[in-house]
Design a protein around this ligand. Sequence first.
Ligand code: SF4
Ligand code: SF4
Length: 402
Amino acid sequence: MSSPELRYTFQQLMELDACTRCGECVTWCPTFEAKSELDAITPLRKIETVRRFVRRERGLLARLFGAREPDPAALEGHSLGTYDCTLCGRCAIVCPVHIRTRDMWIAMRAELVDRGVYPPALDHLRQTLAAHYNISGDDNENRLIWSQNLPEIPAGVGGKTQAETVYFVGCVSSFYPQSYSIPQSLVKVMERAGVDYMTLGGKEWCCGFPLTIAGMGDATAEMARHNVEAVRRTGARQLVATCPSCYHTWKDEYPHLLGEPLGFEVLHATELLAQIVDRLTFKPLEETVTYHDPCDLGRTSGIYDAPRNVIRAIPGVNFVEMEHHHEYSLCCGGGGDVEMADKELSAAVGKNRIAQAAAVEAKYLLSACQQCVRTLAGAARQEKVRVRTMDLVEFVARQMEE
Ligand code: SF4
Ligand code: SF4
């Protein structure tokens, strides 16, 4: 086996060396908390391992005496640890030398893909996306199937070719019935607020995020080009996404992949809600409500206030924070493709988050991500915690006055 192309930037090579081994990241890592028997899972160990690989293959001694490829058992262990990470980014927040760990973990995954040491389920994901342009493997022309049981299908859903706002629905909300209520709710809210919107139907392709975080991001550029072109044709001035990972991909990754600005603004649904909430009237709700920051919306994208402002706009709500919130928020366990690599680990992290919601006696646990809602609802069921989990757009649609 020859050494693959180096996947780390110059800055990342410096960061590998900058780690002081303080262990702060280990203390805050939710997957290590849930699976402490696997040392390879810790941020500290992943950095040490890769630093060793790089030195042996490309360092000074490698140049003098010949490169030594990583031992297969070491690679296998490193792969287990690297894919047992939700990419929550908590380790980056606490790292005293500011190592951009989330990007580092994705680079490590890309290297593992190059070496052929990664979870087999990811091959299925790659093939499905290449053949169907969505993660479910359904016919992509069925992207609007979630709208079929709306009382009336509005023109914005499949009936327009031009609009001010394009709603990018995302694969999970498009194809997985337990998330259909998220696009249904956003459409209801946008109709009520008079937003001129449209969807792309079968012209919407997966944003590419699942491949990027799998370490297979080389295929994401094609998706970016297709999706951006589809939105440009509508003349839209903004795009809104309910999925934080789609949002992050559009806002931060696409301009970089395309090498140019998109030409329209990218909003997360919580930002749109915060802009239009004054146009809506609500039924009061005298209940305790808490909010779970999705990792890709909070830590990755810095959006913390918009969802909280919307919740506080509902009369009667007693809003409380859980023990960990904002940039220290605990992950739900559903990110980073971990469910594909280790379902039990994903559930164990979700269980810890549900315990925090139970501790503040929340009756409603809101989030702003279909994956967080799904994972937390599963954990609540498993733990028999009586809390209603829902996406903020579902909550707003439910509380709107008829
Ligand atoms: S990103 Fe999250 S799960 Fe992954 S190593 Fe860092 S703290 Fe742990
Ligand atoms: S917190 Fe940063 S410096 Fe400390 S061990 Fe983790 S990665 Fe290294």
